[in-house]
Design a protein around this ligand. Structure first.
Ligand code: GDP
Length: 506
């Protein structure tokens, strides 16, 4: 039960350098990256990072993690990789037009006559032989969603400012997003073909926003372009590659594959997701884990819908064969084999369930606390009444809408759980309606029954087999398990149950 400093840092997702410093602060002396900690010390250190130390004998918790950062010397040995660029700017300033112009020169479309498709990103080849990868969902929301999930996907932001409109509210917002993510900016002054174009004014307005443009002695490059005529676009591409060289973007094409999920969707061929490879080379047959789903890659498709054999760092590719739909912003990591992938996803699902359960327990305890307070108050009032003290007038029961019947929804996959929730959430009328306590994947458990019973609610089970001990407990607790694998039957069952709640009208 020992673990090296490097491995533990990787498990805790901290940089080795920072981690070593932390160890020294904690009183460990002369720490080196290959320094070995025993289980006890490792556990104590992990707690410093708010981690529960459940370290297995092999020094891992059974989950997959990205490889630790390389030393600067090792990094400098790696080949360069294409930079990954996000386009941001005010609405109507020309983000889509510029992307479309560049996409029309994408490798796939040009060389093989494929039909360009939206897969979340595309790669543009340059005359120099270099490539640039553009995320093709412009806008701040996508950028922030990814960042909120911890995915630092973007190397460079191209800030599009229309030369006839200059800096606008969303321009300022984009600057803030880029700066808080510490992503360097290149400014594309667009619509330069228009007679009203005034690039000098744009530069002055940007300077006022704290963007130090080159012309005024700063470091931020500005390029005059027209997304409409294509004027200046090669200069923009050159500005991007120059900056990428300065920033020294490199990656190891031979390492285990790591990447980000840019988006996921369901096609005729099943569940697919665009993966932006960060390091390593992704090939057919490789096994990838993302969030709590995994795939043995059946085929790889580029942005032209064409099959590719392999994809290296900095390149986007559509990956099929996923068990469940991966989610944008998830990290995709290569597993050794299907068995490991299955174990890791199971472990992650359990982790999530454990967190969910902890939250549920909190809610239930709170509910119980309030119940017992209410009962105590009632008893006190009854005692007081016995002693001849007039009861405090009860607050009038508020007419606060329909009575709600609570449900826990359990389903075979998250997609169907959500569909069930959607279809029953709106059932009801002025007198009675539904309330969803929570929904989840998997067969109903004893815990679900307990939770439903506490809330005097019921369980909707969609397409899973209910274990017999769970149905027995449900029966005993008066919890109904509405069992079906057809949505409209679920709706009928729920309606029937609600109508039982309605007082007879005579
Ligand atoms: P977005 O909202 O930033 O994606 O902006 P769009 O790309 O949709 O462009 C908004 C409008 O500006 C469209 O009508 C475009 O045709 C027009 N437009 C975009 N770029 C240029 C340009 O370089 N020159 C001119 N004249 N019009 C442009």
């Amino acid at each position: 039960e020992y673990i090296s400093v490097t491995n533990l840092a990787s498990l805790l997702k901290v940089r080795v350098e920072d981690f070593v410093r932390k160890l020294e602060q904690l009183g460990f002396e002369e720490v080196q990256n290959d320094h070995i900690l025993n289980a006890e010390h490792a556990g104590l250190v992990a707690q410093e990072y708010n981690f529960e130390p459940i370290v297995q004998a092999d020094g891992t918790d059974g989950d997959l993690y990205p490889a630790p950062a390389l030393s600067p010397e090792d990094y400098a040995e790696l080949p360069q990789r294409p930079p990954v660029v996000t386009i941001m700017g005010h609405v109507d300033h020309g983000k889509t037009t510029i992307l479309d112009y560049m996409r029309s020169t994408s490798v796939a479309a040009g060389e093989f006559g494929g039909i360009t498709q939206h897969i979340g990103a595309f790669s543009v080849p340059l005359a120099s032989g270099k490539k640039i990868t553009f995320l093709d969902t412009p806008g701040h929301a996508a950028f922030e969603t990814m960042r909120a999930r911890g995915a630092n996907v973007t190397d460079i932001v191209v800030l599009v400012v229309a030369a006839d409109d200059s800096v606008m509210p969303q321009t300022v917002e984009a600057i803030k997003h880029a700066q808080s993510a510490q992503v360097p900016i290149i400014v594309a002054i667009n619509k330069i073909d228009k007679p009203q174009a005034d690039p000098e004014r744009v530069k002055q307005d940007l300077a006022r926003q704290g963007i130090e443009v080159e012309d005024f002695g700063g470091e931020v490059q500005t390029v005059n372009v027209s997304g409409k005529t294509g004027q200046g676009i090669p200069d923009l591409e050159e500005a991007i590659t120059t900056l990428s060289e300065i920033l020294d973007h490199r990656a190891d094409p031979l390492s285990r594959v790591e990447g980000w999920v840019l988006e996921g969707t369901t096609k005729k061929s099943g569940k697919v997701a665009t993966v932006l490879v960060r390091t390593g080379t992704l090939r057919q047959g490789d096994i990838l884990v993302a969030g709590n789903t995994w795939t043995r890659v059946r085929s790889l498709h580029n942005e032209a819908g064409l099959v590719v054999k392999e994809v290296g760092p900095g390149m986007p590719v559509e990956v099929d064969g996923w068990r469940e739909q991966p989610i944008a912003g998830d990290e995709a990591l290569q597993a050794e084999d299907e068995q490991q992938a299955a174990q890791v996803t199971e472990l992650r699902t359990e982790k999530i369930e454990r967190e969910q359960m902890a939250k549920d327990m909190e809610a239930i305890n709170e509910h119980r606390r309030l119940e017992s307070e209410r009962r105590a108050a009632e008893e006190a009032a009854a005692e007081a009444a016995k002693d001849g003290i007039a009861p405090v007038e009860k607050e009038a029961k508020q007419e606060s809408g329909p009575e709600l019947v609570s449900f826990i929804v359990k389903a075979d996959v998250s997609g169907s759980a959500e569909a069930v929730v959607d279809s029953i959430a709106s059932i009801g009328n002025a007198e009675v309606g539904t309330r969803i306590l929570r929904h989840g994947v998997g067969a109903p458990s004893e815990f679900d029954v307990q939770h439903a019973a506490d809330a005097q609610g019921h369980i909707v089970n969609f397409n899973t087999a209910v274990p017999s001990h769970v149905s027995a407990l449900a029966e005993q607790k008066g919890v109904k398990i509405l069992d079906s694998n057809i949505i409209y039957r679920v709706v009928e069952n729920v309606k029937a149950l609600l109508s039982e709640k309605l007082a007879p009208k005579i």
